[in-house]
Design a protein around this ligand. Structure first.
Ligand code: SF4
Length: 356
C-alpha cells in the first residue's frame, strides 16, 4: 500500500469515527454515561417543578448540552443564539430567567430586564472574547479613534458594552455595518478579529479591529475538512464567521448559529461538516432528521484529539447546577444601575435595528 493510500485509509477511518461520535452524541450516549436514565428523568422532573414554583423560564444557548436544550424546549423556554435569547428574555412574562450559557448572556438578560431575577447555573462560565477584551484597555483603544462609532459583539462584559455605541450579534452584523457605513461613519469593531475581518471583507468597509478571538472557532483546520471531504465528497461545509479566514474561504455557507441551522435544513446535501460548537447538533438534527452532521476537525492529523469543538465554558452548565440555583437562588446576576443604564443604550439599538 502506498503512503497516499495509507493516509486515505486512515482518514476514512477517522471520518467514520467522527460520524459515529456525532451519532453517539445525538443519541445522548454521553449522558447515559454520566446519569442513570432514571436519575436523568427524575432530575428533569424536579427542575420542571422548580421552574413552575419559581415562576422561572429556562433560556439556553445552542452550545449547551443537549439535555438542557431539551429541557428548555419542554418547559416553554427558549433555545437560540444570543440575540434571540435576549429578545425572548425581554418578552417573557416570567419573573425569573435562568440563563444557561456564559456569563455575558446572563448580564445581557439583566441589562434588558432589570426588574427580573436572572440566575445562571454557574458564574464561572465565561468566554475568551470577553476575557480578551478588558474594559479599561478597550476604552483606551477607542479613545485613540474619537470620531469612530464603536460596535461591539454581544460576547463582551457590561462595561465594554457601556463603552460602545452599538452591540451586535453575528446574525445581524453585516446589515448593521452596511447601515453605519452608508451613514459615512468610520467603525471600531471589537472584540472578535475573525468576525470583524469577515464583515469587513463582505461589506468592503475598512474597520479598526480589536484582536480578540474565540478559542473554539479559531482551532478549526482546513486540512481536516479536506480529509473528510475525500470520504464524503457531497458534504457541505458550514462555517461560523468567528473561524479563521482559511475556513471561511472553503465554506459553502458562512453564518451565525441560526443561519447555519437554516442552511442545514434547506440545502439538499445529506452530509454536513460543521465548523462551530457541536452543541448545535441537537437543533440541527431536530430541524432535519435524515441528515448527517460531522464535527469539523480542530486537531491536525497528528493530534490525539480529532475535534475539541466544544466550548469549555458552555460545558460547565449542567442539570445539577441548574437545579441548585433554582433551589437556592444562588448565582444571581447583579449589575450596578449606572453601568446598566449605559450598557442598555447600545443593546436597545440592537433590538430596535430593522435591517432593510
Ligand atoms: S464558543 Fe467561543 S465565543 Fe462562544 S462562549 Fe465559548 S469561547 Fe465564547
Amino acid at each position: 500500500m502506498t503512503a497516499a493510500q495509507d493516509d486515505s485509509l486512515l482518514m476514512s477511518e477517522r471520518a467514520i469515527a467522527d460520524r459515529v461520535l456525532v451519532q453517539e452524541y445525538l443519541a445522548h450516549e454521553h449522558l447515559a454515561k454520566q446519569h442513570n436514565k432514571d436519575d436523568l428523568r427524575a432530575s428533569k422532573e424536579r427542575i420542571k417543578a422548580l421552574l413552575q414554583e419559581q415562576d422561572a423560564v429556562l433560556v439556553a444557548h445552542y452550545y449547551t448540552d443537549a439535555v438542557l436544550q431539551e429541557l428548555a424546549d419542554e418547559t416553554g423556554g427558549c433555545v437560540s443564539d444570543s440575540l434571540e435569547m435576549a429578545k425572548f428574555g425581554n418578552q417573557s412574562d416570567a419573573s425569573t430567567l435562568v440563563v444557561a450559557g456564559v456569563h455575558f448572556m446572563g448580564e445581557t438578560a439583566k441589562i434588558l430586564n432589570p426588574e427580573k431575577r436572572i440566575l445562571v447555573p454557574t458564574l464561572e462560565a465565561t468566554c475568551s472574547l470577553d476575557i480578551g477584551c478588558p474594559a479599561d484597555e478597550f476604552s483606551a483603544f477607542c479613545d485613540a479613534y474619537p470620531d469612530h462609532t464603536v460596535v461591539v459583539y454581544a460576547n463582551t462584559s457590561a462595561a465594554v458594552k457601556a463603552r460602545a455605541d452599538w452591540v451586535v450579534t453575528s446574525g445581524i452584523a453585516l446589515q448593521l455595518v452596511e447601515h453605519l457605513a452608508a451613514e459615512g461613519k468610520p467603525i471600531i469593531w471589537g472584540p472578535d478579529q475573525h468576525l470583524g475581518r469577515y464583515i469587513a471583507n463582505q461589506t468592503g468597509v475598512d474597520m479598526v479591529l480589536w484582536q480578540g478571538s474565540c478559542i473554539v472557532h479559531e482551532e478549526f483546520k482546513v486540512k481536516g475538512i479536506d480529509d473528510i471531504k475525500q470520504v464524503y465528497p457531497d458534504a457541505a461545509v458550514l462555517v461560523h464567521p468567528e473561524s479563521p479566514q482559511a475556513m471561511v474561504d472553503i465554506a459553502d455557507v458562512v453564518g451565525s448559529t441560526t443561519q447555519l441551522i437554516k442552511a442545514a435544513q434547506n440545502m439538499p446535501n445529506k452530509h454536513f461538516i460543521v465548523a462551530t460548537d457541536r452543541g448545535i447538533f441537537y437543533k440541527m438534527q431536530q430541524a432535519t432528521e435524515d441528515k448527517v452532521f460531522i464535527e469539523a476537525p480542530t486537531g491536525g492529523s497528528g493530534a490525539t484529539c480529532r475535534s475539541c469543538a466544544h466550548c469549555p465554558w458552555m460545558a460547565m452548565n449542567d442539570l445539577r447546577k441548574l437545579e441548585h440555583v433554582l433551589r437556592t437562588g444562588d448565582n444571581k446576576i447583579h449589575i450596578d444601575p449606572q453601568l446598566r443604564q449605559a450598557a442598555y443604550k447600545p443593546l436597545k439599538r440592537l433590538l430596535d435595528f430593522q435591517p432593510k
